[in-house]
Design a protein around this ligand. Sequence first.
Ligand code: 5GP
Length: 208
Amino acid sequence: MNDYNKMLIISGPSGAGKSTICKYLVERFPDIYLSISSTTRAKREGETEGKEYFFVSEEEFKRGIANNEFLEWANVHGNYYGTSLVNIQKAIDKDKVILFEIDVQGFNSIKKIYPKAFSAFITTKNIETLRSRLEFRHSESEAIIDKRLKNALKEMQEVSKFEYLVINEDIEESKKALYCIIKSLYYVNSANISFSLTQNWQINIKDV
Ligand code: 5GP
């Protein structure tokens, strides 16, 4: 199943708008599977267990790593984040379009496992815009914002690896761009699809 290709990995600096866009996509495509990660970071105001994340202790997370429960995991800004293997396998079995909102380390890991996964990098046009967005959301301290900005500079180094690049200046435009990318995934060809279509056609030819 490693040639599964109905996947979109969305990465980019924290504060660039990834979560807002993913929320929009899930509303527009109720049948896509948005991977819900586990994390050791503290729950933010307004977040709900099992909706944005599964919030777990460091001990629980490490147990998950030891038991090979994660498709990928990474330490991002000092907290652990990971994608559950079993949920992704279930989504693949149902032939779902799968959406990951993960960092660049996670992107690199998933691309190794599923080289045909598509990827989109969402960012702001410069670091000042990112800083003011992070400050505006008032969810992190100054020290954490600095850490996230440093990490953003690191993530930007990998931008050329992504198939799609969305510079999020206008959130409505960015939502539309990602809508089109997701829509296209419903039409991505695969060996499985084309094989069963060919089979159907052969049966019909015999019937003629
Ligand atoms: P936040 O704390 O702002 O929700 O997320 C911080 C960063 O962790 C974001 O870049 C987000 O995309 C990333 N992230 C969330 N879940 C995962 C995951 O399961 N794996 C990896 N590698 N990164 C994740």
